[in-house]
Ligand binder design. Structure first.
Ligand SMILES: Cc1cc2nc3c(=O)[nH]c(=O)nc-3n(C[C@H](O)[C@H](O)[C@H](O)COP(=O)(O)OP(=O)(O)OC[C@H]3O[C@@H](n4cnc5c(N)ncnc54)[C@H](O)[C@@H]3O)c2cc1C
Length: 393
């Protein structure tokens, strides 16, 4: 792996930077966080612009409509994207970051031909229906069942924590197709169309006052056989491909954003210390340590993206990236609350920051060590799949 940027990479950087400098301000500010139809419209309109500019699916192979950029230019793109403060991938996250890549790796030609262009162009929004009330960390114990009747499956059960399911068109759905088999062996990966009879979506309110995710109830929902990805009962293997994309490369943009957050925090610490008339060496040291950690994490991410390019899917190293990213994000958000101090309980402007945004970011950061597999589960995976340690009892 050569981490230096070539002349060609720098030329690409200039093109991306120039495009973002015009388009980001033109796209306007994001809508209110609880107006989900407006959020969908905002995020998908941005995706359409990226697509029209040839910047959708930068890591996707050209054969599937992506830009097929080499790793170095993917990294340049992500750096410029964060620098410009461009819109968050938002409702397009699941489609672009793991459903699309799973279809590229495991889908049929017909599934790829139908879904991939729509995901890239911001025309279809995906959600993930993996977790259930009794199946989170132990995902393989899921119970939503799919019975084969003629040329379709009839699906009944319940999913939970399905992020943005209330604005989704499709769902990557795990179902049990063989109740007698070992639990990992009776699972199938289906593409579920969300807008059809029998699908009920109920948003759930979180501690930050928003409704990021939903319960999804499935009552005799029809799914055509051609919507099965891979073979029947081979869904556990395919789910692991999805999870490796979700944990490995999907967070790259978030990790770059950590650096932007850290720069804001350093500026705030400086001005708060000046206002109090006393420098805070303890805070300066913590910020210095965080800076080094974010840099190290970015290098791990580069390695992960680079590996994914060679092998077609991220390796289990993604668990280490996800673990470190989520814990660092929490540390940063918690430190921001400390730096703001008492004004955190109001909605006050400090420098360019609103203190209620800092509080909301802190509350939201609490989810990161749970979503996409908890930190304990990532540690288990690191122990078993990277370090080769035996399974605990
Ligand atoms: C913001 C957010 C978004 C999400 N989005 C989605 C989504 O779109 N689609 C979806 O399907 N799911 C989604 N999830 C669900 C997420 O994948 C689960 O919450 C997660 O896998 C944990 O499962 P659980 O909540 O059932 O906790 P549990 O599995 O009940 O875990 C409870 C505690 O026990 C610990 N634990 C469990 N098993 C072990 C073990 N073997 N070893 C050590 N410790 C263990 C866990 O680490 C945790 O601390 C989302 C979650 C969050 C927070």
């Amino acid at each position: 792996m050569d981490l230096r940027y070539s002349l060609e990479d720098e030329e690409f950087r200039a093109v991306v930077r120039a495009w973002l400098e015009v388009e980001v301000p033109a796209h306007g500010p994001p809508p209110s966080p609880d107006d989900w139809p407006a959020r969908r419209a905002y995020d998908t309109a941005w995706q359409r612009k990226l697509h029209a500019a040839g910047l959708a699916g930068i890591a996707w192979p050209r054969a599937f409509g992506g830009r097929g950029l080499p790793v170095s230019q993917q990294l340049v793109y992500l750096e410029e994207y964060a620098r410009a403060g461009a819109p968050y991938v938002g409702v397009n996250f699941v489609g672009l970051m793991h459903a699309g890549p799973t279809l590229i790796a495991e889908g049929s030609d017909a599934q790829r031909a139908f879904h991939l262009p729509r995901i890239l162009a911001g025309e279809s929004v995906w959600c993930q229906g993996f977790s259930e009330p009794q199946a989170g960390s132990d995902l393989a114990s899921l119970r939503t069942r799919a019975e084969r009747r003629g040329d379709e499956y009839v699906v009944t059960g319940q999913k939970i924590w399905s992020t943005r399911a209330h604005v989704a068109d499709y769902c990557e759905l795990l179902v049990r197709t063989d109740a007698q088999a070992r639990k990992h062996a009776g699972i199938t990966w289906l593409i579920l169309a969300m807008r059809q009879p029998g699908v009920t979506v109920r948003p759930m309110r979180t501690i930050d006052g928003e409704s990021h995710f939903c319960e999804v109830f499935l009552d005799e929902v029809r799914v055509p056989l051609e919507n099965r990805v891979g073979a029947e009962n081979d869904g556990w293997r395919i789910a692991n491909v999805t999870l490796r994309f979700e944990r490995g490369t999907a967070f790259a943009q978030h990790i770059i954003n950590l650096r932007a957050q850290l720069v804001r925090l350093a500026a705030l610490t400086k001005s708060r210390s000046a206002a109090r008339g006393a420098p805070r060496d303890d805070l300066r040291r913590r910020i210095g340590r965080l800076d080094a950690s974010v840099e190290a994490l970015w290098r791990m991410t580069q390695m992960c993206i680079s590996e994914a390019e060679w092998t077609g899917a991220p390796s289990p190293l993604g668990s280490a990236v996800k673990l470190r990213y989520s814990e660092l994000g929490q540390e940063l958000a918690e430190l921001a609350v400390r730096v703001v101090g008492r004004p955190i309980i109001g909605a006050v402007e400090l420098d360019d920051l609103r203190t209620d945004d800092v509080a909301r970011e802190y509350l939201w950061s609490l989810q990161s060590t749970i979503a996409a597999g908890t930190s304990q589960i990532q540690r288990n995976l690191i122990a078993q799949r990277i370090l080769g340690m035996p399974k605990g009892r």
